[in-house]
Structure formats: structure tokens, C-alpha cells
Ligand binder design. Structure first.
Ligand code: 3HC
Length: 295
């Protein structure tokens, strides 16, 4: 399939990444079906797109008319058949757990047209293993966006063992049509490139605090003002979702070994369901707008 043949995009998952990817596709002029398993999840994702488009218009990154037109291109959907039945490309952004993703692909395969390309937004999981539950591993690859998708330029395009070259090229061209910069990842290893570097950085920051060697505020000041990253490690973990980073790390630990052992602080945040901005509390407290500085 060539990029010119792509007209309709389905995005599975309306969470942080799913709604952001749907927004990016809609801004680029594609008709998008955004699907989640419950009406309230899809509605929440839709409202977040509405908020984000409003912000982009407020900051003159889009005109009001462009923002309205993008929103009109997004169709919130709960039924899988309605979401993927006429899709040229299906971008999956459901929770970062192998079993959940495999179940979703079983259902997608039932309704997706033969021509459709499957692109997973997994942050770390094996593309080859996920592709193996479908009947089209040559039409399957990774398409990994970064949070917030509407602001981050990079997209990792990851080849599985059986991905066809023309699938990778079509997805790279689609990323460019989305106004992103694709980078090809040749090796299907946990965390690919960005998360292989970024998640251990977050974990190491947690180890420092777990072992009482530094405070969260000290670590974040250092990463932001000393290393020149746009956000502190804890601030970024709160933005992306502490559970997302944790699942990536667990998988890296399982496949790559001891060096990736999760720190007690990382683990405790997931256990207590303090997952960052999306739950109102993570390493920082967002109930009052996220201004509390933890020690
Ligand atoms: N849509 C629209 N506007 C948004 C937004 C969104 N999704 N998210 C934030 N904004 C708004 C803010 O509300 C703020 O508006 P305000 O000024 O009215 O309060 C405004 O954008 C801030 O934008 P600025 O350009 O003024 O601020 P920055 O220059 O700080 O840019 C940023 C914001 C682009 C988010 C920057 O801080 C950044 O690059 N942060 C790092 C993000 C990052 O590293 N992401 C990768 C994470 S890893 C990942 O996603 C992989 C996964 O697999 C774990």
C-alpha cells in the first residue's frame, strides 16, 4: 500500500497516547475512528482532543477553523467492527501489556479489511511476537509516538521479523504526512531506542530517592537545569504515566536482565495507583494544579 491509498485511520485506545495520535491524524486531514472499550473512555479522549485543539488555536499553532475541522474528522466509537471495518491503517494504543494487546489483535483481525496495515504504538513490547497473533505479520510494524503526540516530532518505526519493506515505507510516509519525523528502528529489542535510554533514567532517578541519596526536587532540578532536558525525570514520568514507564521497565528487566531491576519507589507508586497526572497524583500532586513540590 502507498501512502496515497491511506484515507481512513482507526486508532484503538483513547487514553493519553490514543487520543493524541487520533488528534495528530485528524489535524493532518485524515478521517479517524477513535475506539475504546467504554463510552466514557472514548468521551474522555474526545474531550481531551477538544481541549488540546483549543490550546493549539490559543497559541496560534492552528487557526480556529483548522481546529474545528480536525475535531469534526474524529469519530468516537466503541464497536470494534465500526472502528476498523473500513480502515486503511489501524494504529493500536491500548495498555502496555502483552496479553491485552494480543487479545485486541485477535478481535481486530476478525473485522479489518485485508488491505489494512497494522501499526502498534507499543513502547517496548516485541513487534514480532505481537505480529505473530495476526494473519498478516508482513503488514505489521511498530509506530511509536511520544507524549504529547501533538507536540513531539519523533516517531519510531519498528520492523518485526516478517515486516515487509513496503509496509515500513508506507508507515514512514504516513508519519511524514502527520508532520512527524520517522526514525527506522531495525532491531526489535525491548524499549527500542528512546525508552531503552529514557526509562532507565527514570528508574535511576527513583533509585537515588529510594536510597535517600537525593530528593525528588533535587533530581528534577538537576535533570532540567543541569542536563538541559525540557522536564525533570519525575515530572516527565508523571506526564507519560508512571505505570507506562514501569511496564516498559518490567519487560526490559525480564528480557535484558538485572541491570533493569525496578526501584522500590517506582514499584510503590504503581501499587498505590498514584500514576501521575492522569490520576491527579504521582511523584507530584496535581489536585491543586500540580504545584506541590515533594521532598
Ligand atoms: N496539546 C496542546 N497543548 C498542550 C498539550 C497538548 N497535548 N500539552 C501541553 N500543552 C500546553 C500546556 O498546557 C501549556 O499551555 P499554557 O502555557 O497555557 O499553560 C503549553 O502547551 C506549554 O507549551 P510551551 O511550548 O509553552 O512549553 P514547552 O516549551 O515547555 O513545551 C513540551 C511543552 C513540548 C511538552 C516540553 O515540555 C517537552 O518537550 N517535554 C518533554 C516531553 C517528552 O520528553 N516526551 C517524551 C516522553 S517519552 C514517551 O512518550 C514514550 C512513551 O513510550 C513512554
Amino acid at each position: 500500500m502507498d501512502v496515497e491509498d491511506i484515507n481512513t485511520v482507526a486508532v484503538l485506545g483513547a487514553g493519553n497516547m490514543g487520543h493524541g495520535i487520533a488528534e495528530v491524524a485528524a489535524i493532518a486531514g485524515y478521517d479517524v475512528a477513535m475506539r475504546d472499550i467504554k463510552e466514557e473512555f472514548v468521551q474522555n479522549g474526545y474531550e481531551q482532543i477538544e481541549w488540546s485543539l483549543g490550546k493549539l488555536a490559543e497559541k496560534d499553532r492552528l487557526s480556529e477553523d483548522e481546529a474545528d475541522a480536525a475535531l469534526a474528522r474524529v469519530t468516537p466509537v466503541v464497536e470494534m467492527e465500526e472502528a476498523v471495518g473500513d480502515a486503511d491503517v489501524i494504529i493500536e494504543a491500548v495498555p502496555e501489556q502483552m496479553d491485552i494487546k494480543k487479545d485486541v489483535y485477535g478481535e481486530v483481525e476478525e473485522y479489518a479489511p485485508d488491505r489494512a496495515l497494522f501499526a502498534t504504538n507499543t513502547s517496548s513490547l516485541s513487534i514480532t511476537e505481537l505480529a505473530g497473533v495476526t494473519e498478516r505479520p508482513e503488514q505489521f510494524c511498530g509506530m511509536h509516538f511520544f507524549n504529547p503526540p501533538v507536540r513531539m516530532d519523533l516517531v519510531e518505526v519498528i520492523s518485526g521479523a516478517e515486516t515487509a519493506e513496503d509496509t515500513l515505507e508506507a508507515i514512514e510516509q504516513l508519519a511524514e504526512a502527520f508532520d512527524k519525523s520517522p526514525v527506522r528502528v531495525h532491531k526489535d529489542e525491548p524499549g527500542f531506542i528512546v525508552n531503552r535510554i529514557l526509562v532507565p533514567l527514570m528508574n535511576e532517578a527513583c533509585w537515588l530517592v529510594s536510597e535517600d541519596d537525593a530528593t525528588i526536587a533535587e533530581v528534577d532540578s538537576t535533570t532540567k537545569y543541569g542536563m538541559g532536558l525540557p522536564m525533570g525525570s519525575f515530572e516527565l514520568a508523571d506526564l507519560t504515566g508512571i505505570d507506562v514507564g514501569y511496564h516498559v521497565l518490567e519487560y526490559m528487566h525480564e528480557v535484558l536482565g538485572e541491570a533493569y531491576e525496578p526501584s522500590p519507589l517506582f514499584e510503590s507508586k504503581v501499587e498505590s495507583e498514584e500514576l501521575g497526572k492522569k490520576t491527579g497524583k504521582g511523584f507530584y500532586d496535581y489536585d491543586n494544579g500540580g504545584v506541590d513540590i515533594p521532598t
